[in-house]
Design a protein around this ligand. Structure first.
Ligand SMILES: [Zn+2]
Length: 91
């Protein structure tokens, strides 16, 4: 039978889902989570759903950034770390 997952491992897996996505799990938890996703398709589906949801959210956010702000961000990225027009190191 392939019903909804009802064993305690699944509750744990769902609880870990976000930490797993953010790579915030300990190594041992990470192994357990990976193993569970491999043998539990419903949890794997849930994980993949969360991942695709995240992609949609970040895409939408990128689209709703106002052009001004996007230009500013681009300028920051372009001229941020290496090179600057006026040098902050005064004599
Ligand atoms: Zn499961």
């Amino acid at each position: 039978m392939s019903e909804h997952c009802a064993d305690p491992d699944c509750a744990q897996a769902i609880e870990w889902l976000h930490a797993y996505m953010d790579e915030e799990l300990d190594n041992s938890d990470l192994d357990a989570m990976r193993g569970h996703l491999e043998r539990c398709p419903p949890c794997e589906d849930a994980y993949e759903f969360e991942v695709s949801l995240n992609v949609v959210i970040s895409t939408k956010c990128a689209e709703t950034i106002p052009p001004d702000l996007r230009d500013k961000l681009n300028a920051m990225v372009a001229g941020g770390s290496g090179k600057s027009t006026d040098s902050p190191a005064d004599p």
